[in-house]
Design a protein around this ligand. Structure first.
Ligand code: ZN
Length: 260
């Protein structure tokens, strides 16, 4: 009985969100680590999990280490790349790409660097923490795609992928000690300010700048919906809060949208 009741409540909330998406002019999604967990990517802030268990990322994934000791940096980062390379987008990524194709979603802003939104087919995508999809030379600004970066890394005696000019390549992700990419940030702010509805998915809304964006939407008169397991400090201001499994919840919303 309790389970049925829960299912009923969940469906009601999913229906409400589907309605809200239909009624809203501009809908923007904001995603965090939680959307990639069903793809087998552990949230690195979860203590004791994954690659970050035995290393302090603040120490290794730092721009100073990259500049001072690229070999050490790439020893660590190469493993990180490798662990992400084989991962596939899940249904939640796919549903967001479908909503965009159907004209129901204007853009996805993500703090994830795993490029799974891009691989699922999202077109208007703002990766505020960058992406592992390419690396660049800080001297001549030449950019190399992931496959080529991996090839160069394997070919180098020290395991450091290098530009044709000889400089070590840097992944185009925001390292500790680096500023966020200005143009991506500006675009994210713009989208947050013009969104009638922001879908906050799989984020605890604690990490800057993702934490700030829904507040901008609210301040500009828009609404927010939260699909995240666990509490966030904006729950009380959300028009809808869905706390179940992200894939199940989004699937329910997508089904309700098709039925509408
Ligand atoms: Zn170069």
């Amino acid at each position: 009985m309790t389970v049925q009741r829960e299912m009923y409540t969940r469906n009601q909330e999913a229906l409400r969100l589907a309605e809200l998406i239909r009624e809203s002019g501009t809908v923007v999604a904001l995603t965090g680590a939680g959307i990639s967990v069903p793809s087998g990517i552990a949230d690195f802030r979860t203590p004791g999990t994954g690659l970050w268990a035995n290393v302090d990322p603040m120490e290794v994934a730092h721009i100073d280490v990259f500049r001072r000791d690229p070999k050490r940096f790439w020893e660590f980062y190469g493993d990180r790349f490798q662990s992400l390379e084989g991962k596939q987008p899940n249904r939640a990524h796919e549903i967001l790409a479908e909503l965009e194709r159907e004209g129901l979603l204007a853009a996805v802003i993500t703090q994830n660097i795993d490029r799974l939104h891009a691989r699922a087919g999202s077109r208007e995508l703002i990766e505020v923490h960058g992406t592992i999809g390419h690396s660049s030379c800080l001297r001549c600004r030449e950019r190399f795609e992931l496959d080529e970066v991996r090839r160069r890394q394997r070919a180098d005696g020290f395991g450091v992928p290098r530009c044709d000019c000889g400089q070590p390549l840097k992944p185009d992700v925001v390292l500790f000690g680096e500023l966020l990419p200005e143009d991506a940030l500006e675009r994210a702010h713009e989208l947050a300010a013009t969104a009638d509805l922001m879908l906050c998915i799989g984020s605890s809304l604690e990490v800057y700048p993702v934490a700030q964006l829904p507040e901008i939407t609210l301040a500009c008169g828009g609404q927010i919906a939260i699909l995240t397991q666990g509490y966030t400090r904006l729950d009380s201001q959300a028009a809808v809060k869905l706390s179940g499994d992200i894939v199940d919840e989004l699937e329910a919303v997508a089904t309700a949208l098709v039925a509408a």
